[in-house]
Design a protein around this ligand. Structure first.
Ligand SMILES: Nc1ncnc2c1ncn2[C@@H]1O[C@H](COP(=O)(O)OP(=O)(O)O)[C@@H](O)[C@H]1O
Ligand SMILES: Cc1cn([C@H]2C[C@H](O)[C@@H](COP(=O)(O)O)O2)c(=O)[nH]c1=O
Length: 179
């Protein structure tokens, strides 16, 4: 290749990345995600301290699942009423509608079994407030084949885990991923 042309191509940022896949490949991605989720559930955990960006990351992940054609629902603990109960809200004001419930064992009945069955992905914010987080996620992923994405604190202000069930989930999330 002529040297000047090659230098121009290298310095052009568009040449630094592989070209986007043709539309047929994008459709195959969506099909692969659907196929993948029809075989097993997944549990993903986003943890960190307050103001770390956990909810921001959760909203981004949920939006991305929705963009891939999956049906999503958000739930948060009704204990966290700082920004109201009808939305998951980040500290800088990004929001998404949600259900607020006191515990996860009543979530399915709360939204109705038929509605629950339609969702592929469940986003859970403020996971640390749910004492039944571990049991809910095991059932939703192992039996119902849902993808669960959780955002929650990695400890309290004393840097201490008070709940055995949360500790189990955070520590074992790798084990129950792709189960
Ligand atoms: N004191 C603050 N007031 C307003 N916005 C803040 C403040 N601290 C952080 N932010 C913004 O909020 C975002 C993190 O919010 P969020 O995702 O709700 O965090 P977390 O869920 O970990 O508490 C940061 O990316 C930053 O832009
Ligand atoms: C550290 C700590 C926090 N909380 C509460 C306060 C808020 O309601 C949430 C944290 O929400 P964020 O989205 O991560 O900002 O947890 C608490 O009850 N006890 C604590 O020690």
């Amino acid at each position: 290749m002529e040297k000047g042309k090659r230098d121009r191509e290298i310095s052009n940022p568009l040449f630094s990345f592989p070209p986007p896949p043709p539309p047929s490949l994008l459709l195959m991605d969506v099909a692969a995600v659907r196929l993948r989720s029809s075989f097993h559930g997944e549990v993903h955990v986003i943890i960190g301290p307050m103001f770390a960006g956990k909810t921001t990351a959760l909203l981004r992940r949920i939006q991305s699942e929705r963009d891939n054609g999956r049906s999503v629902v958000m739930v948060k603990s009704s204990k966290d009423s700082r920004y109201g109960l009808d939305c998951v809200v980040t500290h800088d004001g990004k929001k998404m509608p949600c259900f607020a419930v006191p515990n996860l064992s009543t979530f399915r009945a709360h939204i109705g079994h038929e509605t629950y069955n339609k969702f592929d992905v469940i986003g859970i914010d403020e996971g640390q407030f749910f004492e039944d987080l571990y049991d809910f996620c095991c059932e939703a992923a192992d039996i119902d084949k849902k993808t669960i994405i959780i955002a929650g604190l990695d400890g309290d202000y004393m840097r201490y885990y008070s709940s055995k069930s949360k500790h189990n989930l955070y520590n074992s999330s790798k084990l129950i991923t792709f189960c």
